[in-house]
Ligand binder design. Structure first.
Ligand code: UGA
Length: 432
């Protein structure tokens, strides 16, 4: 099938490449000329495991085209809108301007039986409004809402083998083309065909629930700090009950990235508009808990160092999570910046995110090697749980540092091994 993907950001690029890998002809449109050039030349503007290789493969088939011209979508049967809906500056709500302009540009060129498929995360009620305007401007076309659940670092698997497909439409009949499109590629994946508000809410509610789990365990971490309990063991023990589950009970410095933080805030803002502030008030609390995990990490550094002025703090990992070069709302980067603003000499290492972090926080010191990072460090902070950090040899590293104290902000290191190698290990919600 000939399909279009509008927005060549993280979601759109992944979706376009994956759809082309299934044998569809894909026109990927973005207004950013540089980005289009880069993709056209076979390079990705972000890091995602496996995606460069898949792009190379689909480019060889000639099935993928990157362009800035919206007119190229004219013969496409499905037009996926994948633009970003970031948090509005100075407000909680989502900024829908990219979505509105992508939609307005697309309707100028769509063919009669085309289906516009919204994949961006939007406040509940958005799709209904767009569908109404589409009925007026392009009576033959239809709108579906098809939220995306892919995780950075697992984007290909989550796109090609998702655990569910949700399609919001005016009727089951209106969802048929998209439903068949996905069923051909993934016949066993459960599909939920529903109305627009449910489809929009599934996405927002899923992210809110994930954020809730993380903030819940970080609230328990605060209780553990006050009482001498161990939050990691607590998570293992409550997670062993399969009604609760261990996933997303990883206590530490909390959640970041371009999705969870802004999605719960946009949900709160939409709740207020709908007169539902009380129903969603818990999200405000969980956002605050999440922000507190960052200040608790800084407080722990102060406790260890006394004054941080002039001290060397070595940060292992600055991406918002491993297998990503994304530093949007990264807890690690914010902690690094807070320590720098208190006068610490903050040195940072990350396997993939050095460039993106340096663009956002040019005043920190960036190290290509772990040896350079740790040499003379007064405190080491493990803030993003890359596999290579778990494989470090604490014995060898001890000779490099000035003071062998490590803060494990992700509870991912083998604390016994580090202790046996002579390190003092600190963590939130744990007495190690
Ligand atoms: C999240 C959702 O998991 C995806 O399903 C969704 O499609 C995506 O947002 C989106 O809305 O586009 P992602 O932002 O890639 O995906 O990252 P997650 O794996 O959810 O992690 C989010 C944050 O939570 C990270 O900073 C991670 O370190 C943190 N986290 C995760 C914890 O602090 N503890 C945990 O136990 C798990």
């Amino acid at each position: 099938m000939k399909v279009a993907v509008i927005g060549a950001g993280y979601l759109g690029t992944t979706h376009a490449i994956c759809m082309a890998s299934l044998g569809h002809e894909v026109i990927a449109v973005d207004v950013d000329e540089k980005r289009v050039e880069l993709l056209h030349s076979g390079k990705l503007p972000f890091y995602e495991p496996g995606l460069p290789e898949l792009l190379e493969k689909v480019r060889a088939t000639g099935l993928i085209h990157f362009t800035t011209e919206f007119s190229a979508i004219a013969e496409c049967e499905l037009i996926f809108i994948c633009v970003g809906t970031p948090q509005k500056q100075g407000a909680l709500e989502a900024d829908l301007s990219a979505l509105d302009s992508a939609f307005a540009a697309a309707v100028n060129f769509i063919s009669k039986g085309a289906v516009i498929v919204g994949k961006s995360t939007v406040p509940v009620g958005t799709a209904e409004k767009l569908a109404q305007s589409l009925h007026i401007t392009s009576p033959g076309a239809r709108l579906n809402w098809n939220p995306e659940f892919l995780r950075e670092g697992h984007a290909i698997a989550d796109t090609l083998a998702p655990n569910r497909i949700v399609i919001g439409a005016d009727s089951v009949h209106d969802a048929k083309k998209l439903s068949d499109f996905y069923r051909d590629a993934a016949p066993d994946v459960p599909q939920f065909i529903t109305n627009f508000p449910t489809a929009e809410l599934v996405k927002v509610a899923a992210n809110a629930f994930l954020a809730t789990k993380i903030s819940f365990i970080n609230a328990m971490s605060e209780v553990a700090d006050a009482t001498g309990a161990d939050v990691a063991l607590l998570a293992d023990a409550i997670g062993a009950d399969d009604r609760i589950g261990r996933k997303f009970l990883g206590a530490g410095i909390g959640f970041g990235g371009g999705c969870l933080p802004k999605d719960i805030r946009a949900f709160l803002a939409r709740g207020e508009e709908l007169g539902l502030s009380d129903s969603l008030a818990f999200l405000k609390e969980f956002d605050l808990i999440n922000q507190r995990t960052r200040t608790r990490a800084v407080a722990l550094a102060l406790e260890e160092l006394g004054s941080v002025k002039g001290k060397k703090v070595a940060i292992l990992g600055v991406a918002f999570k491993p297998e990503s070069d994304d530093v949007r709302d990264s807890p690690a980067l914010e902690i690094a910046q807070m320590l720098a603003s208190l006068g610490a000499n903050v040195f940072v290492h990350d396997p993939k995110a050095l460039e993106s972090a340096a663009a956002k926080a040019p005043d920190l010191h960036y190290c290509q090697s772990i040896e350079d990072l740790l040499r003379g460090a007064d405190l080491t902070m493990h803030l993003t749980e890359w596999r290579e950090y778990r494989e470090l040899e604490p014995e060898r590293l001890r000779s490099l540092v000035n003071s062998a104290t490590i803060f494990d902000g992700r509870n991912a290191l083998d604390s016994n091994a580090w202790r046996l190698a002579g390190w003092k290990v600190r963590a939130l919600g744990r007495t190690l």
